[in-house]
Design a protein around this ligand. Sequence first.
Ligand SMILES: CC(C)(COP(=O)(O)OP(=O)(O)OC[C@H]1O[C@@H](n2cnc3c(N)ncnc32)[C@H](O)[C@@H]1OP(=O)(O)O)[C@@H](O)C(=O)NCCC(=O)NCCS
Length: 401
Amino acid sequence: MSTTSAYEHFSRLNLVPAEESYFTDWSASESEEIHLDDAFIARQADYLALPQAMLTACQKTAQNISADVQRIMAHSIYRMKQRELDNYLFPTSPKEDNDLDPLLNVILYMQLVEHLRAQHEKMGITEDITRDTLSDLFIWIDDYYQKEGVYGFAQAGWLKNHFCAKLFRIGRLQFEKSKVWDFIRVYKHKSEPNVLIATTEDQQFCTDGLYATANSNGIHRSSQTTWVEEGDVITATCFDPSTGLAEEAPRAFSLDEYELVVQQNDPVLSVHIAASGPMKRDDCLESMARAFPFYEKHVPEFKPKALWCSSWLLNAHFREYLKPDANIVQFMELWNKFPRTKSNGHAFFDRVWGREDVDIETAEQKSSLQKAIIQHLKNGGRWNDMGGIILPEHIPALQSS
Ligand SMILES: CC(C)(COP(=O)(O)OP(=O)(O)OC[C@H]1O[C@@H](n2cnc3c(N)ncnc32)[C@H](O)[C@@H]1OP(=O)(O)O)[C@@H](O)C(=O)NCCC(=O)NCCS
């Protein structure tokens, strides 16, 4: 079958992304083997530490995969092995209109476990890192179960980072090869440990210091940012690294004192926090301290300039509502913060109540975090994801060390 006819065939079955280019090298993927027998699925489930009930559900899914779906899976596997991540669209995503089993992508990823293990081994990565990295599969199957009451997996796009060796779990945190997406320039003081984050030209902020492009309904717009360079002196709108909010008055600083260390498009390690129990400060610091040496050793061609994070957990308003020793507050305090451009605040609901459409009058308020989120909204505030930067030389030492 040619690329074009494969595209047409699978489009009719509603099993493919909208792009014909996905089918490039169609004939090359023909020889890719798919394993669906019970013993194979059990071996992978064992490696992935999936409990018996998940294994049984996976075996059932594997038994019912049609020949057409197997063929498109083979092509996916082929592409994943080439690590074709850019503009990659997962072909077999279960959708309302294509009737695919919600565990299908777990079966697909099971086909890639051996390949990834071999790849990690070649990179000199120890097996504990491989297992920890892949433990996300269980977390997301469980998340699906908590929300839908059946086993499934809706994070095929996220897990491609793991299976293309672009993301590793190192201790408590996950680190992904990434770059700075934001309109920021990070300056480091030449002799003191402080950092200044300036925004770039032509940005617009609301009066509360967040981007006007964020969920700013009803909040008045303020003026454009300032960016003036005069000799060695820059006068720019900056973010208060403690709150992440844009400051009203521009700051003037000299390049004699500050040097530019990170800016938009620079390589960084994007930090993620898996939902696997509490995130203690020391565990996070230990992870952060291990991340740069890990990448230097195992991914030497990638030279990250900083840790970067985009998360609901970095919102400094938590300081007003949670105890100072809460893990969330302790984590947030580690970062030099800045606002994200297009935050919609959905994560505050999805990650806490498991859905986005939460009615603040009736929402469950068991934990201090739930109370904090509701109280802030009732006080007239809004919740936005924030960005954070930590330079490698500023990763705090472990308290216990
Ligand atoms: C991030 C996470 C590990 C923090 O949990 P933690 O270490 O227990 O956090 P804290 O100790 O600061 O918790 C403070 C309070 O909030 C509660 N809490 C923490 N996370 C909660 C959540 N997701 N839902 C409801 N309550 C939560 C705690 O139970 C505690 O309540 P209490 O004071 O009434 O006893 C947890 O929220 C989580 O797993 N989230 C999902 C993953 C995630 O959001 N990752 C970031 C993606 S950008």
